[in-house]
Design a binder for this molecule. Sequence first.
Ligand code: CP
Ligand code: NVA
Length: 304
Amino acid sequence: MKRDFLTLWDLSSDEIEAVLKRAIALKAGKDASKCPLIGKSIGLLFEKASTRTKVSFEVGIHQLGGQPVYMTSQEIQLGRGETVADTAKTLSRYLSAVIIRTFEQEKIEEFAFHSSVPVINALTDLHHPCQGLSDLMTILEKKGRLKGIKLAYIGDGNNVANSLIEASSRMQINLTIACPEGLEPNPDVLERARENAKSEIIILRETKEAAGMADVIYTDVWVSMGQEEMTEGKKRKLAKYQLNNALLSCAKEDAVVMHCLPAKRGQEITDEVMDSPRSIVFDQAENRLHSQKALLEFLLVSRP
Ligand code: CP
Ligand code: NVA
């Protein structure tokens, strides 16, 4: 049976562990000349802009011997009203998997329901599981473990926060989110994660309380793609939620700084923090490549 990756719940803790282990091996150069995706074409259907996700998937597919086929909805008939179901059924006849970046989570779920090939979520308004996978790899690489790590997320309770909640629940990371009232993460995501978690998942208002003794401190933009009309109100609410040196000084001395990027420098993160030696944001970006290659292998190669 095909496996999709629409949220981090689609992989068990053991499977995530295996994918991370493989990602670290691939990064170290193992099996660099193997081409497990030879003869396979993988679609990338994007309805929002992307630098890291687009390029890391295209390069990763190429490195695995496959062919990436990038398309925006505007250049295929989906943009002219062909249904999601008909698009999914058609693309399944040509492609071995489809990687989708879109708005509503329901849309990718509908696509996956009608697709006979694996569907990978490359970001929706609700989730960013590929980012979560890369974040786990990066924390493991820098801290040597995941279980028991204290991760602090500062800012908007958005798609990246939702996926960090699921990643933390799966891998026993203690997560504290500091966000303003009304900008909390999705309540259903939170409830499910808490039900399944063997670690703490805490939501609070005070940034310094969240950052206190953190091993990792993470932030993301205040205004996500597709939410541009909310900019002013959101910015006002989030003004106190900036990741700056004062906040970073509350975390552990060896704490590292993460951001999924792109960053809006001067808003959610200052230049000095983003460019400090404690910032690992570009390792995090690089790890998108390795973790997604491991994910593709898991979904398309190591399974019958
Ligand atoms: N972090 C991330 O997904 O970046 P892009 O929007 O550039 O793909
Ligand atoms: N929360 C951001 C993440 C971008 C990678 C957005 O959805 O725009």
